[in-house]
Unconditional design. Structure first.
Length: 323
């Protein structure tokens, strides 16, 4: 029944979207804070679409300019292409503005990324966040460039907007300055920015200095103020799920001055020390909003009782969670 309802909803809404030129549904990528949104799941680890939509709306209400769907924090690589497309469609049917969605590829497959990119374009999503292939290691720049070229050329749409995804600690494949420079020269209107998720602030600074018109989003919340002050575009980050107003305030601070991070940010990182981020973030969401946030797809597993209680206690000690 849900599938039937989704089909009819898309039939109703799609003509209105498709009736507009893509240039009108594909606005410029807004700068600010995008929550790398967590994915709530049922006990069978299928996505809870209603809860996801509710969470995304709340993030916007609390200051985020958008969400990144099925990135690392959203366990994107653990979801099939069909699941990611269905979730995007359901989120839009729930009324969430697709122009506020950055859709992550979560896959090393060229054709999966192409199909996902076409779906993002069809609905007018803000951008496609594309990580390099994550299975083969020691890939030369030529291989990384060939991967991105293939995706762009096969999608073959001037309205495509791509953010490169630099997360070598997980992908095993860095995005070098040469890769950025080459893709910017070949596809200046398409390759518009990068998410720097290594937590490498010197590299972030180098990108900002070398490519001043490039949208640089950081993934480490501690780097938001300084990077924004230096011309960065904002952040695509996980802690925004938990404390959106606090994280959005960092963007505002960076626009004004290069000030130290608030004590609350340092306290969050201290509480997270030694814990896997996604299970810890879901443990806090479960504490706040209920059991639907407990499930995690293998190979990730929830925090054990001792870890969870220690994390929650540490947050309470620093005034980051009410009793």
């Amino acid at each position: 029944m849900k599938t039937v309802l989704l089909y009819f909803a898309l039939v109703i809404y799609s003509p209105f979207l498709m009736a507009l030129p893509l240039s009108q549904t594909q606005n410029n990528l807004v700068e600010g804070i995008y929550a790398a949104v967590l994915t709530p799941m049922h006990s069978d680890c299928s996505c809870d679409h209603k809860q996801l939509a509710s969470h995304c709306f709340e993030l916007i209400q609390h200051g985020c300019c958008g969400v990144a769907l099925f990135g690392t924090t959203g366990e994107g690589p653990s979801f099939s292409l069909a699941e990611r497309i269905e979730t995007l469609q359901r989120l839009i049917v729930e009324g969430f503005d697709p122009k506020k969605i950055i859709l992550a590829n979560g896959s090393s497959g060229i054709w999966d990324t192409v199909e996902l990119g076409r779906e993002a374009l069809k609905h007018g999503c803000a951008a496609l966040l594309v990580a390099p292939p994550s299975f083969y290691k020691n890939i030369a720049d030529e291989g990384v460039l060939a991967f991105y070229r293939a995706i762009i050329q096969k999608i073959e749409n001037p309205n495509l907007r791509i953010l490169l995804y630099h997360i070598p600690q997980l992908s095993g494949v860095p995005i070098s300055l040469r890769v950025i420079e080459t893709l910017r020269k070949e596809f200046p209107e398409i390759v518009v920015g990068i998410k720097e998720s290594e937590g490498n602030l010197p590299f972030t600074k180098t990108i900002l200095e070398t490519f001043p018109d490039f949208k640089v989003f950081v993934g480490n919340e501690k780097h938001i103020i300084e990077s924004v002050h230096l011309g960065g575009a904002g952040a695509i980050c996980g802690i925004a799920n938990l404390y959106p107003e606090l994280i959005c305030s960092l963007y505002s601070k960076g626009k004004k001055a290069n000030s130290p991070n608030p004590d609350r940010i340092n306290a969050i990182f201290k509480a997270l020390n030694g814990l896997p981020f996604i299970p810890a973030a879901k443990a806090l969401m479960e504490k706040k909003k209920g059991e639907i946030w407990h499930s995690i797809r293998p190979p990730l597993v929830p925090l054990d009782k001792i870890q969870s209680e220690g994390f929650i206690t540490a947050l309470r000690e620093h005034g980051l969670l009410e009793e």
